[in-house]
Structure formats: C-alpha cells, structure tokens
Design a protein around this ligand. Structure first.
Ligand code: NAD
Length: 532
C-alpha cells in the first residue's frame, strides 16, 4: 500500500520487519532516488502487516529531466567503455547478488508480501540473466560481416549502436526480476537507464541499483525516479530513446500510443490469462503438483501464472481430486524463512479485485473446490489459494485477468476443443501442457497462441531458457526479453557498405544496354552457383 498523506495504516498481526531492514539501510536506499532535497514524500507499508515500511522522496518532472541530463552525459563514456569492462562489472554484480541474497529476500518479502521461496526464484533469475548477458553480449553486439551487394566488391558490415538513454518502467509483482533483468540487457548494450520502479517495491529496485554501482558501474549510468505515471510518465516518455514497459495491457496501450507519436521503439510486457492443458495421458500426480506450482506462486501475482486449466474429460475427476487435496494442504502465512507455501497479496486493490472476481463467479453459480475467501486472521491482504469449477462466460474471471491465487478448471472432449478453448482470449503470454509423450506435448504446445509454452512445467522452463525469447502475443505485449531479441532491441543497427573497384554505375566505355546484359548474366551465374 502507498500513502502520500498523513494517514498511517494501523499495525496488524504478523512478523515485524527482519533485522536486516535497518533505518540506516532505508536511509541509504531512499537517498538514491533522483529527487530534490525538499521533495514531498510517499510512504509504503508492508503487506504482511500493514505497518509503514519506507518513506521515499517523490520525483517531479524537473527531477526526471535532470536525471536524463545526467544519464546522457554518463552514457557517452559508458558506450565507449570496452565490452570486456562492462562484462566484468556484470559478473561482479552477479556475485554480489548471490552473496547478499538474504538482504534482497528480506526486502522483497517486506515490500511484496511473497514467500521466501518465491523471492528466491528472483535471485536465481537475476543470476541467470546477468551471467547470460555478461557472457553473450559481445557476440550479439560486435560488428558482423554481411554479404555485400556485389560479391567480393562490396564489403558490408552491420554495427550495433546503443539507443542512448532507455526508460524502464517496472511493476511491483517481481520486485527484483522486473527491476533488474531488462535493465541489465539495456546497460550491457551501452545504454544509460532512467527507471521508474513501482513505488510499492522501490526498495528492492534501489538495492539492485546500489549493488550494480558497488560492482563498478560508473556514476549516472543507472538512475531511479519515483512517482505516479500520471505525474512523471509524460517526462519519462518524452526523454526516452527507447521505452521498456512491464505492466497491465491498459497501461501498455497508452505507452505504445505515446511511443508511436514520438517514433521511438517500445517493448511491452503485459498481462495474460494463461492456460494449462492436461492431456489424457498425463501423469496425474505430477500434473497436480505442476498445477499448484503454476497457479499460486507469489499468490498468483505473476504474469505467466495459470488462471485457466483445461483437463481431459477422461481424467477430470482424478486430476481435480489430486489438485484440490494439494491446494488445501498449502501453508499460507507470513514468515521471513522458507516455511511457507503461499504468501500475501501485495496491495488492497489486488485483494479487492481477487475478492470481487471470486464473489461474482460464486454469485453466478461457480463451485468453490478450495479456498474462496480472504484470511484477515493471517494479515490484512491474505487470500486463500482458490480453485473454481462451473465457471461460465458471464463471470468476470472467465476472461479477465485476476492476477491472484485463483484458477478455473474446465474439461474438454478432444484436443481440438482444448486448443480452441485455450486460445479463446485476446491475450497470449504463457501456456503449459502436461503429457507423458514429449513429442505430442510439443506439438500441442506449438498450437497454443502464446509467446512461451512449457511442456510438463508451469512457466519456469521457458522463463529460465534465457537464450530464447520471452514475451507476449496479442494483448500480452510487443517485443521480447531474453536471448538475442532481449538485447538487440536496445540497439540501432547500422549498415556500412564499402564499394571497391566497380559499383553499380556502368563504366564510361560500356553502354547502358551492354551493362544491363552483363549484370543479367551475372545474376544468372550467382543463382546457378548457389549464392544465397
Ligand atoms: P500497471 O500498468 O497499472 O502499472 C505498472 C507500473 O507502470 C506502475 O509502476 C505504474 O506506476 C506504471 N505506469 C503505468 N502507466 C504509466 C505511464 N503512462 N507512464 C509511466 N508509468 C506508468 O500494472 P499493475 O497492475 O501495477 O501490474 C500488474 C500487471 O502487470 C498485470 O497485468 C501483469 O500481468 C503485468 N505484468 C506483466 C509481466 C510480463 O512480463 N508480461 C510481468 C509482470 C507484470
């Protein structure tokens, strides 16, 4: 919860803040926000308890302009820094994140309310992403020889220049992953970054930036501003050379329109209504474990989590029994250790949406197989992991993203029906297919309209395959993170073609007709010789 006025939420039951979150740490991190000394302040509260957590200065549009001015100067030297140097900094950052992970885990849990297990996956993610781009950036960014217009006579090279200063806008649901992973790629490509993390989870984002500076990033190359999109969003857009946005589809549409008016590139990682398909030959026990892992991480506040589950009619009852039993056994609660399975929602508005969606479905005839209610006894924002059946198109959660620990289970008769149900959404972010037959699973996966599809995994297999692109089709976004796409999008390609000896203009002593005949002959020879 974020309050920018005097009212303070009252303390609720739940653990106090961990010892690592000291006033000195809060002071050090919040001092790194690009804002004037007399800036107004905004206070966040801890989801587990509702007690105040951190007090941030709020950046004004002028502060954002100043951050861009500093970033522009710093970026020039950074772009000229050899890629080997950038690589060393990123590998040091990798080591620092792993060594100091407990600080990050405490911050993520305190700001977001997730479990330590869910938070740890973010540490793993950043480890993988930083190693990958440290070790592969030179391959992607280095000059490439390309086939010239005239073989042997045209020497053609493709160069990759950084865009300049990239704006990164990151959400609150994965405070470390979302704050750092897209920024790492932008930095490795030689850009500076001005970032607006969601205020609710800005401590983790600032911690990550602080560590990158400790690893050796030169001053000014990465800057953080804090504020509402309605106040500083325009300035963040007007100054950007490229926009990296992660958030809802509604916000993404606006950002895309603004980027279009400015004619800058934008990468948009947006919402989803992801489907899991359990085929009739699936290992039911494994699929039930997979469904738990797919639906309830970070209390379902995960863009790639599953909210629709389609199971073959022949195994429906057996699967539902196994999935429901596991879900009812999950341990919900708040603890700064690895003992908990499902944590808290992050904001009151998330709790409101989840409760509204479930209540609406139940009022219209849905059956609750597990969960279905808030748990104020555990903390102000807890909601039970919930499984629904008998969900119909008139219910809001049938086709709207809930972004909470709620899944609707349906059955299907044949695979064509399963595919058409899974694809009956404007979204297309992630999918999951369960089967004992890998080849069959991959064939079904290829028919799912989604940017990533996992076979016998929920989302981690595709997300963690960092060498391959990750992102959404349809209303789930534009552009991709990870792999070559995830770094090349932050560059401007440039083609340098050096023509030697003879160009396309006929030499003085050859008539245009003869020249045309010669070139026609040359084209035939090139084709016959198998030249691509
Ligand atoms: P949101 O769009 O409301 O806000 C996300 C962030 O963007 C916030 O910090 C907000 O302040 C900022 N913002 C919004 N409009 C802005 C503008 N015009 N200018 C500057 N900043 C602006 O999203 P949310 O509800 O907070 O986040 C949850 C959504 O994010 C879900 O729909 C989820 O699926 C999606 N998400 C997608 C991915 C992905 O990789 N595809 C990852 C995480 C979350």
């Amino acid at each position: 919860m974020v309050t920018d006025h005097a009212s303070r939420p009252t303390a609720a039951r739940g653990p106090g803040l961990p010892a690592s979150i000291t006033p000195a740490l809060l002071e050090r991190l919040t001092a790194q926000v690009s804002a004037a000394p007399d800036a107004s302040r905004v206070t966040t509260s801890a989801p587990y308890t509702g007690v105040p957590l951190a007090d941030f200065p709020v950046s004004t549009p002028e502060d954002v302009e100043a951050a861009f001015a500093r970033a522009r100067i710093a970026q020039k030297a950074w772009a000229a820094t050899p890629i080997e140097e950038r690589k060393k900094i990123l590998l040091r950052y990798h080591d620092l994140v792993l060594a100091r992970q407990d600080e990050a885990l405490d911050l993520m849990q305190a700001e977001n309310g997730k479990t330590r297990r869910d938070a740890f996956l973010e540490v793993v993610d950043i480890g993988i992403v930083s190693r990958y781009y440290a070790r592969n950036a030179a391959k992607y960014l280095g000059p490439k020889r390309r086939r010239g217009a005239i073989p042997l006579l045209t020497h053609t090279t493709e160069l990759r220049h950084p865009k300049g200063v990239v704006t990164v806008i990151s959400p609150w649901n994965y405070p470390l992953s979302m704050a750092a992973s897209d920024t790492i790629a932008a930095l490795m490509a030689g850009n500076a970054v001005v970032q607006k993390p969601d205020t609710q989870t800005a401590l983790t984002a600032l911690w990550s930036m602080d560590l990158m500076y400790e690893a050796g990033l030169p001053a000014g190359v990465w800057q953080m501003v804090i504020g509402r999109g309605s106040s500083i969003g325009g300035t963040l857009m007007d100054n950007a050379d490229y926009m990296m946005f992660t958030g809802s589809t509604a916000s993404g549409r606006k950002i895309a329109g603004d980027a279009g008016r400015r004619l800058i590139g934008a990468s948009l990682e947006l919402g989803g209504k992801n489907a899991m398909i359990v085929l009739d030959d699936a290992d039911i026990e494994k699929a039930a474990d997979g469904a738990v892992a797919a639906c309830f991480p970070s209390a379902g506040q995960l863009c790639v989590s599953i909210e629709r589950l389609y199971v073959a009619e022949s195994i429906r009852d057996e699967f539902i029994a196994a999935f429901t039993a596991r879900t009812k056994n999950l341990k919900i609660g708040a603890a700064y250790d690895y003992s908990i399975d499902v944590g808290s929602l992050t904001t009151p508005s998330q709790l409101e949406t989840v409760a509204e969606h479930v209540d609406d479905a139940v009022a219209k005839g849905a059956t609750v197989l597990a969960g279905g209610k808030a748990r104020p006894d555990l903390g102000p924002l807890f909601y039970e992991p919930t499984i629904l059946t008998d969900v119909t198109p008139d219910m809001t959660l049938y086709d709207h993203e809930t972004f909470g620990p709620v899944v609707s289970v349906y059955s299907y008769r044949d695979i064509d029906e399963a595919i058409s149900l899974a694809n009956a959404t404007p979204y297309g972010l992630n999918g999951s297919v369960w089967t004992r037959n890998g080849a069959r699973g991959r064939a079904v996966a290829a028919r799912v309209h989604a940017g990533t599809v996992n076979v016998n995994e929920a989302f981690a297999a595709a997300w963690g395959s960092i060498d391959a692109p990750m992102g959404g089709m349809g209303d789930s976004g534009l552009g991709r993170r990870h792999g070559a796409d995830g770094i090349l999008k932050y560059t401007e390609p440039q083609t340098i073609a050096h023509q030697r000896i003879q160009g396309f203009t006929p030499p003085a002593r050859i008539s245009p007709e003869t020249w045309a005949t010669l070139l026609t002959g040359a084209l035939k020879v090139l084709k016959a010789a198998g030249v691509r």
